[in-house]
Design a protein around this ligand. Structure first.
Ligand SMILES: [Fe+2]
Ligand SMILES: [Fe+2]
Length: 149
């Protein structure tokens, strides 16, 4: 199994998105636990799809917010989100075909892409918001919907 790493994201000082990043991290941790006992099974696939759905929901929340505040690099940021989700869809379709790589390889690629995005692109908009003295976004009820465990 390819080694999967997804470090706990450092807080950006934007409570809503920090909470969402932590939730994505928690979902990945749960998926990794499932992969150990069920490497290519239905529960792992289900949790991987759940993680991607939660990621898509998070991406949309970011894009909505960045549009509302007039973030100048929104198009690039949105494109990065789109590439990550498209890669997930094509990898999952490939995994369902005969002779596919293990699911853990696809999870590793997805985790790596999201981690890189969080560290670079998300950090970039956090710095821009800070430079413009935007107030932090509150969390609470605006957090992601709760998916089934
Ligand atoms: Fe993010
Ligand atoms: Fe993002």
């Amino acid at each position: 199994m390819e080694r999967i790493q997804w470090a706990c994201p450092a807080p950006m000082g934007l409570p809503l998105f920090d909470i969402q990043h932590l939730e994505l991290h928690e979902r990945l941790r749960r998926l990794l636990t499932t992969l150990e006992s069920d490497p290519n099974g239905a529960l792992s696939e289900y949790r991987f799809i759940q993680l991607s759905e939660l990621t898509a929901e998070h991406f949309q929340a970011e894009e909505d917010y960045l549009q509302a505040v007039g973030y100048p690099d929104l198009a690039v940021h949105r494109w990065d989100h789109l590439k990550i989700l498209e890669r997930f869809r094509s990898d999952l379709a490939r995994w369902r075909a005969p002779g596919a790589p293990p699911l853990s390889d696809l999870v590793a690629a997805f985790a790596q892409a999201v981690q890189t995005h969080l560290e670079k692109a998300d950090r970039g908009f956090a710095l821009w918001l800070e430079s413009r003295s935007f107030p932090g976004i509150g969390g609470g009820r605006a957090g992601l919907r709760r998916l089934a465990p």
